[in-house]
Design a protein around this ligand. Structure first.
Ligand SMILES: C[S@@+](CC[C@H](N)C(=O)[O-])C[C@H]1O[C@@H](n2cnc3c(N)ncnc32)[C@H](O)[C@@H]1O
Length: 326
């Protein structure tokens, strides 16, 4: 796939643009560049804005650089994990002082891009014959087949259970381990399918869907990276907006719970008494939770499981000689 054919339909584009429409000028970090659709919208939205784009996939970085070349001087792309956005900022600032400063926004559009899913050699799809790889960054790390070669029954069953495969987790895990080693996507898909009782196979989607998703999340440390990026953003974006598009409950429950902690200040008092423990809110909701419209799902089925959440961090004002005030 060349940069010119690397294409992805950005999800909830209008809703994401609305989150960042009214914020002050400055640097917005797009932690998940992909094909650069959201970044392009952010750059077009405000002529006084700089966008720092990150992706762990070098092909995505190359494609976005080509697509966004006309924004030279306002766009900087870096091949990094999104929880390294502070390091990327230092790097961008050393090239261009338009990138020196505190970001006013961070966008994370999680998961994989269409080109990643649709390229057989990347090994993300059970529908396409390819090596069982699944790394978003193919330049390093353990592939899905290497992970399966080493995993224990207990760990694999837990991984499948944690990712929504509650009924047949142990049964599937036993079948997977029994058929090692794995070299191809279709080999794994076939083993998973035959591990499920015939009656259950007739309902729902392909039984390999959840198994492939669980493996992808594990191989790419997706949940750990998400948590660490958000924790960093809470301290490094005072006054800034943080928006996250998630695509499955594992991701969304992390975003929901970390955002709630910021908005409530961690208060756990029963709501009917109000908060009496002295917890101080550190943020407010911009979008508490929003799903795509029916029209969007009809035209872009990949949007169907999307969930948008966004908060705005309070600016911490520290008056000379005084206490911090949210
Ligand atoms: C859904 S796509 C983003 C699409 C993009 N918003 C667009 O408009 O084209 C997700 C992208 O995030 C990248 N990604 C996922 N996890 C990442 C991480 N921890 N660090 C950096 N990039 C990541 C993937 O490689 C993929 O390119």
């Amino acid at each position: 796939m060349t940069p010119a054919t690397f294409s992805h339909q950005p999800v909830m584009f209008d809703e994401v643009m609305e989150v960042f429409a009214s914020i002050e000028s400055g640097i917005v970090v797009d932690g998940t560049l992909g094909a650069g659709g959201h970044s392009e919208g952010l750059l077009e939205q405000r002529g006084d804005r700089h966008v720092l784009g990150l992706d762990r996939d070098p092909q995505a970085v190359a494609a976005a650089k080509t697509r966004l070349a006309r924004f030279s001087g306002r766009f900087f792309a870096s091949h990094r994990e999104f929880d390294e956005f502070d390091l990327a900022l230092q790097e961008a600032c050393s090239y261009d002082n338009g990138f020196c400063g505190i970001p006013v926004g961070l966008l994370l559009d999680l998961g994989v891009s269409s080109p990643q899913l649709e390229t057989a050699e990347r090994g993300f799809s059970y529908r396409l014959e390819g090596p069982l790889d699944m790394r978003m960054d193919p330049t390093h790390g353990q592939t899905a087949s290497e992970y399966l070669d080493a995993v224990s029954l207990q760990e694999l069953a837990k991984l499948l259970r944690d990712n929504g495969e509650s009924r047949f987790a142990v049964r599937i895990a036993k079948a997977i381990l029994g058929a090692r080693p794995y070299r191809s996507t279709s080999q794994l898909a076939e083993v998973v399918k035959s591990a499920i009782p015939a009656a259950a196979r007739r309902t729902g989607g392909h039984p390999a869907t959840r198994v492939f998703q669980a493996l992808r999340v594990k191989v790419n440390n997706e949940l750990e990276r998400l948590e660490s990026a958000l924790e960093k953003a809470f301290t490094l974006l005072p006054g800034g907006r943080i928006a996250v598009l998630s695509y499955h409950s594992g991701e969304d429950s992390i975003v929901k719970s970390l955002f709630r902690d910021q908005v409530t200040g961690g208060c756990t008092c029963p709501p009917r008494y109000g908060c009496v423990c002295g917890a101080e809110p550190k943020a407010r909701y911009i979008v508490k939770s929003k799903a795509p419209s029916r029209e969007e799902i009809e035209t872009n089925p990949r949007a169907r499981s999307a969930r948008l959440r966004a908060i705005e961090m309070f600016r911490i004002v520290v008056p000379a000689g005084g206490d911090a005030d949210g």
